[in-house]
Ligand binder design. Structure first.
Ligand code: HEC
Length: 168
């Protein structure tokens, strides 16, 4: 209460509200904590934000749902099939392993530019498969490079099942 009264006197420097540095630190901590709380509450309350913060399992689930709807005789996603798909060529020069290596727990290297690519497996890189829009963008681009067409939901789901099966 006391600090509030001082705060509103004209001519007092804003930082003079806080008696000492510890108090400033505590207030910053409280501020950060409530900001984190708001963010969490916001993402739970607003469906529009869901896509921005998805877990690999959620992205897998939506690929599985799409595969079930579009694949005749769909019998579930397969990590084994995903591994085969990932390491094979599909009519062009490159396979997925050309850039992401046959061990996606390790960093990859772009087959054309030579630039390092962070590991693709979520166990080695927690940012992977957490942003549905990013996942879609790169699946589209890379499938076009490797297959000359977009991948089907089942192909993408299988690849993700394979990548999620890899443990550090
Ligand atoms: C010519 C090189 C190249 C090839 C071949 C390639 N990729 Fe990639 N891939 C990249 C680059 C570059 C990125 C984006 C940079 C990054 O995210 O580190 C990327 C990112 C991705 C992502 C984004 C994942 C995320 O959540 O961040 C997915 C999914 C992916 N690739 C899947 C594949 C699959 C499946 C294949 C085979 C069909 C494949 N890639 C083949 C270069 C390649």
């Amino acid at each position: 209460m006391h600090t509030f009264r001082i705060c509103c006197n004209k001519g007092v420097h804003p930082l003079a509200y806080f008696p000492d540095q510890n108090a400033v630190a505590i207030n910053l901590q409280q501020l950060l904590r409530s900001a984190a709380g708001l963010l969490l509450a916001g993402s739970l309350a607003l469906p529009g934000l869901e896509a921005a913060a998805a877990a690999p399992a959620e992205i897998q689930k939506s690929l599985e749902t799409a595969a079930r709807a579009s694949t005749p005789g769909f019998g579930g996603l397969s990590a084994e099939r995903g591994q085969r798909f990932f390491s094979s060529t599909h009519g062009n020069d490159w396979s997925c392993t050309s850039c992401h290596t046959p061990t996606p727990l390790a960093p990859g290297k772009h087959a054309k530019t030579g630039r390092e690519i962070a590991p693709l497996a979520p166990a080695a890189n927690p940012q992977r498969f957490t942003d549905a829009a990013k996942v879609e963008k790169w699946f589209n681009r890379n499938c076009n490079d490797v297959l000359g067409r977009v991948c089907t939901a089942q192909e993408k789901g299988d690849v993700l099942a394979y990548l999620m099966s890899l443990a550090k």
